[in-house]
Design a protein around this ligand. Structure first.
Ligand code: AMP
Length: 271
């Protein structure tokens, strides 16, 4: 596993290869990331993982400051997999050499779910993904369904512009069924147990949707009940079509999306 600390060593090292799988991360490596790496390893000859906490996608300074960082631990975990050929650890200037203001704007129809609650977040994500794709030129990028809206937006955006394919990877959960996330490192065991209980409730809610005449009303009531039972704040609880993210009135081809705060940590999930 070779560590690439800047763009010139990256260009030099990647030149001989033309079957590149890329796993972009912000570090805090966990089994969710490792499943993306495993898939890249199965699909591509070479796997490159990036660790870059992109400040431009954080709409909240406190969130950026508290984001888990432990590069030595991350490198140890990645090395142990024996499935990573390169780790790219760019500095801000490697990504933003061409520091033109991002011209990326979301369409009105895309300003839903997290885009509605985290202003500028996805513009920052699309911008950094465009830059990383220009630098690395991967054949395939592996991204998790845990961040379903991100996957949807990045896939549509990049596949229109480049030959690169964006491959969806299943959400990996812990034994309580809470979706693995670097932000979980900010939670105590007790919070993770609550997260697990919330997941179970969500499964129940999803199973009951088919019996409802008025889904929006049902979800609004369930949202309030969850907030009251677990003393959490929920940004949204919505059923949406998984292919176009339009609001959905049927369970077929749909996913239930949630974003909520547990101990001031914002978690998202979809099922
Ligand atoms: P992050 O480091 O949180 O930016 O995530 C990097 C990539 O890993 C993104 O494509 C995420 O969707 C993916 N990812 C994060 N958590 C999980 C998970 N629990 N299961 C599958 N993929 C995940």
């Amino acid at each position: 596993m070779k560590i690439l600390l800047d763009n010139s060593s990256l260009l030099e090292s990647l030149r001989p290869f033309n079957d590149l799988g890329f796993v972009p991360t912000m570090g805090g490596i966990h089994k969710g990331h490792l499943s993306l790496i495993n898939k890249s390893n199965r699909h591509c000859k070479i796997t490159i993982v990036s660790i870059f906490i992109n400040p431009k996608q954080f709409n909240n300074k406190k969130d950026l400051k508290s984001y888990p960082r432990d590069i030595n631990k991350d490198l140890k975990i990645l090395k142990k997999t024996k499935k990573v050929d390169f780790v790219y650890l760019p500095k801000f200037k490697d990504i933003y050499t061409n520091n033109k203001k991002s011209k990326i704007t979301l369409k009105k129809k895309d300003k839903i779910l997290c885009a509605k609650f985290r202003k500028g977040h996805f513009e920052g994500v699309l911008d950094v993904m465009k830059r990383l794709t220009n630098i690395i030129k991967p054949n395939k990028i592996f991204m998790g369904e845990k961040d379903f809206q991100q996957l949807y937006l990045v896939k549509n955006f990049l596949e229109k512009k480049y030959k690169t394919k964006v491959i969806a990877c299943k959400t990996i959960r812990n034994k309580n069924k809470i979706a693995l996330s670097s932000r979980n490192f900010l939670l105590k065991k007790f919070h993770l147990i609550i997260g697990g209980k919330i997941y179970k409730k969500l499964v129940n809610i999803k199973n009951n949707i088919k019996y409802q005449n008025n889904i929006n009303n049902f979800l609004a009531v369930q949202k309030r009940l969850l907030e009251e039972s677990y003393k959490i704040k929920i940004d949204y609880l919505e059923l949406r079509n998984k292919d176009n993210l339009k609001s959905s009135k049927q369970i077929r081809k749909s996913r239930l999306f949630i974003a909520y705060y547990l101990n001031k940590v914002r978690l998202i999930d979809n099922l």
